[in-house]
Ligand binder design. Structure first.
Ligand SMILES: *[C@@H]1O[C@H](CO)[C@@H](O)[C@H](O)[C@H]1NC(C)=O
Ligand SMILES: *[C@@H]1O[C@H](CO)[C@@H](O)[C@H](O)[C@H]1NC(C)=O
Length: 249
């Protein structure tokens, strides 16, 4: 006879295998804890971390403007950062990361980043490596994917498209985490690959891992107006097939 506790252990193991494919799997509709995205970074002023939510600056489970469940990133005018830092200390050179991100913005101020592939080691070594190799940023009412090869070379706009408040965007990135021109990036919008303006193809090869780069989601800079980012889903995996088909079809 199979004992109940053995069944329970088997069920746990199965659940473990079923979810092991994704490194991060946040789904607001499923009422997931927002902390599944990683480590919260809240800053009203630069380099002044805030521990815990306040009425002015928070990230919490909340409905969006139409009543849909979301992780609500909120920042009053002047505050600089409400972000989740995912895979902290856990990205590895040579791996490929597939990142799915579904969100909507309350406002679209210039220079507001909604995603960073942020460098954490090489940027402090003074050798000219980029501080943020890749970013999704709002500029002039467009959403742009910017690539920064080196601090001295200036940013390249790989892709841009108009962005409107209170509109849901579904994006995905494939990042091969390598340096010295050996890395690469691809992007999908609404499940379809985008063509980069710079390479005229769906692929850009470059410096995607100067030391150790890691993903961040939410709101950073562009603090001219009060801002909200309602995040519905974040998935990070190491294989394209592990992401939901709405991200990469
Ligand atoms: C998110 O959760 C909802 C509710 O449980 C579910 O119907 C949906 O399939 C989930 N989406 C993904 C991509 O896991
Ligand atoms: C902003 O976008 C408008 C409309 O597309 C365009 O005419 C204008 O040149 C852009 N301004 C800048 C600074 O890029």
């Amino acid at each position: 006879m199979v004992h109940f506790s053995q069944l329970a252990v088997s069920a746990l193991l199965c659940a473990g295998y079923a979810t092991a494919a994704l490194l991060v799997d946040y789904n607001a509709t499923r009422s997931d804890d927002v902390a599944k995205m990683g480590l919260a970074n809240l800053e009203a002023a630069r380099d002044k971390p805030q521990h815990g939510n306040t009425a002015d600056l928070y990230i919490k489970a909340d409905n969006d403007w139409k009543g849909a469940k979301s992780a609500h990133f909120h920042r009053k005018q002047g505050d600089i950062r409400a972000e989740y830092h995912a895979l902290r200390g856990n990205t590895q050179e040579g791996k490929t990361y597939f990142i799915g991100y579904q969100f909507a913005l309350g406002s679209t101020p210039d220079n507001m980043m909604v995603f960073q592939w942020k460098e954490y080691i090489a940027n402090t070594q003074g050798k000219g490596q980029a501080s943020i190799p890749l970013r999704l940023i709002v500029k002039n009412k467009t959403l742009q994917l910017n690539y920064d090869p080196m601090l001295s070379e200036g940013r390249q706009t790989l892709w841009s498209a108009p962005i409107k408040p209170k509109t849901v965007y579904t994006v995905a990135l494939e990042i091969l985490a390598k340096d010295a021109g050996q890395g690469h990036v691809r992007m999908w919008l609404d499940g379809k690959p985008v063509t980069f303006d710079t390479t005229k193809s769906t692929l850009l090869q470059g410096n995607m891992f100067p030391g150790r780069s890691e993903p961040k989601f939410g709101i950073y800079n562009g603090e001219a107006v009060v801002t909200d980012n309602w995040v519905y889903q974040v998935q990070i995996g190491e294989a394209k097939k592990d992401l939901d088909s709405k991200f990469i079809s």
